[in-house]
Design a binder for this molecule. Structure first.
Ligand code: ZN
Length: 554
């Protein structure tokens, strides 16, 4: 583009601004946009101009946002013009919490009623017994809370039905696995094994291993460590699916695998979206500082579109297996309030190191008593302003009650909430969460909120989560408005990783990460929300998904 064209564009833009119209545009030298989207309902997540009709994109960034005629006036001879046909255009969604990783080492046994409440002990043992008649390889199965809460000695119970084949039972929500004596033998696990950092081996009254592995000890990577090839396939499939849902940023909680293998897998998969990998604090870590050493080790292993943050630490368990640390006894288990995965000394070391290091700390904190412990230690170690600059994440704000809202807001903690947790059905009439789940309360209290699915081994539909966030079936008074939910999924996700000045809004200078949606999620009936998809998804102005039916229209 020559200088005179730039000048003429500038004068047109200035003329547009002069009429005090709602056109937001970048300052400095202006080129004609490469692409404009017109005739859209643009939800910007930008308080300066919440809604618009058109967006102009140049060099991977948003050049201007405004009314159709204003944005059309910016176009040059080479500008691609896309008529959105009145569809909703939104900043690309951020999946702010997903795991992605290996499934069980062998195809799982068929089990009824997964995941909630899952099979009974009798059903599980019968299925394992049947399989053990013909197999000597790993017999694997997913289980639900009925097994996870069953206090029997599972090593002995499994030994009785499978004396010669190794068995792995795994909770699909993580946090606990079970094996038998043959499993322990094949893995070389002896009675004198030490507990890992942030986890422990279950033991019976006599101190013998009872076949349970908790928290940081998950057995899985011992059976089959992740490989970059398998991860590349998995990440590749996940990012394709996410592109079809309009997701442009993915926060990967990197459990059960090293940063090295994940980055290698992403390099092979060639990221479509922006990936932020939250390093797993306890993966092959024996002492707290080693978690940061793992981040240092990959400093030169850069992959385009991939950032590394963390470490992420799991401070306690979940109410499902009753290991999240609660202020009061679990309803059906007098005297038991769960437990922390780290001592006070370890928690102090984690927080102190986080204060001295540049990467962002993320903490899985679920129980209300564990929340108390973390907040108190943070307040002891540094002034609130220091913590606000660190922008600590609490993953799953399930234990953050109203009585601590003010402290959480003061410390600048970002909460990543997972609406799928709201869909966990009660078991035997008892709620799985022993406390209230909050969504709207966070927004009202000024606590930054991001949303993610907490998907396990696979990607998960963000619009199902959006639907749950605007319904909150267990407590509709905590439901978010459509705008609040979409804001949490867009600018909220960018804020949660400290990227809110670069993306998450459709505003001049921001990255052109956006989606044109199949239906207007701000107005369609709630029950239809989960059927939403994207017809056009862009990252940095590059199309990463385009619905052939939509774009081939005349
Ligand atoms: Zn999670």
């Amino acid at each position: 583009m020559n200088r005179s064209h730039v000048l003429s564009l500038k004068s047109r833009l200035i003329a547009g601004v002069g009429v005090a119209s709602a056109l937001l545009l970048t300052s400095g030298a202006i080129a004609a946009p490469q692409l404009v989207l017109v005739n859209a309902k643009v939800f910007t997540a930008d308080p300066a101009l919440p809604y618009a009709q058109a967006v102009a994109i140049e060099d991977g960034r948003i050049l201007a946002v405004g009314r159709n005629e204003q944005v059309r006036a910016l176009t040059g001879p080479n500008t691609r013009i896309i008529d959105a046909g009145g569809r909703l255009v939104t900043p690309g969604l951020t999946e702010a919490h997903v795991h992605l990783g290996d499934a069980l080492p062998t195809p799982p046994l068929a089990m009824p009623a997964l995941a909630f409440p899952g099979p009974t002990a009798e059903e599980t043992l019968a299925a394992v017994e049947q399989a053990a008649k013909t197999r000597t390889d790993w017999i694997s199965a997913y289980i639900g809370p009925l097994i996870a809460r069953d206090r029997r000695n599972w090593r002995k119970a499994l030994d009785a039905v499978a004396p010669n084949a190794p068995v792995l039972l795994r909770a699909p929500w993580g946090h606990n696995s079970f094996t038998n004596s043959e499993g322990l033998r094949r893995l070389g696990i002896a009675e004198d094994i030490a507990d890992p950092l942030g986890g422990w081996w279950g033991r019976d009254e006599s101190g013998q291993l009872d076949g349970r592995a908790y928290e940081a000890e998950t057995i899985m990577p011992r059976i089959r460590p992740a490989t970059e090839e398998r991860l590349a396939t998995l990440f590749g499939e996940a990012q394709q699916r996410y592109a079809r849902w309009g997701v442009t940023s993915i926060h990967l909680m990197n459990n059960d695998k090293s940063l090295e293998v994940t980055l290698a897998g992403l390099a092979i998969a060639k990221p479509l979206q922006r990936w932020t990998v939250y390093s797993w604090g306890t993966y092959e870590t024996h002492k707290v500082p080693e978690a940061w050493a793992a981040i240092d080790r990959v400093a030169k292993q850069t992959v385009p579109k991939v950032r590394v943050e963390g470490p992420k630490w799991m401070m306690d368990g979940t109410p499902i297996e009753q290991n999240s640390l609660q202020r009061v006894d679990y309803v059906d288990r007098p005297g038991w309030r769960g437990r922390s995965n780290f001592t006070n000394e370890q928690l102090r070391e984690i927080l102190q190191l986080a204060l001295t290091r540049s990467t962002q700390l993320a903490l899985h904190v679920v129980g209300d008593a564990e929340t108390d412990r973390v907040l108190k230690m943070m307040e002891q170690l540094a002034p609130a302003a220091t913590w606000r600059a660190k922008r600590v994440r609490i993953e799953h704000g399930d234990g953050i009650g109203r009585d601590v809202f003010e402290r959480v807001a003061q410390l600048g903690v970002v909460v990543t909430q997972n609406p799928t947790h709201l869909a966990i059905p009660p078991i035997a009439g008892k709620k799985m969460l022993d406390h209230e789940v909050v969504l709207k309360g966070f927004v009202s209290a000024g606590i930054p909120l991001a949303l993610g699915s907490d998907g396990g081994i696979k990607e998960q539909n963000p619009f199902l989560n959006l639907m749950l966030a605007v319904l909150v079936p267990s407590d509709p008074s905590e439901a978010l408005t459509r705008e609040q939910a979409l804001t949490a999924y867009t600018s909220g996700g960018a804020y949660a990783e400290g990227q809110e000045k670069r993306r998450g809004r459709l505003a001049p200078g921001f990255a052109a990460d956006l989606a044109v949606l199949s239906q207007d999620v701000l107005t369609v009936p709630s029950q239809q929300l989960s059927a939403t998809s994207s017809v056009l998804t862009m990252v940095d102005g590059e199309v990463i998904f385009e619905d052939a039916l939509w774009t081939s229209r005349p």
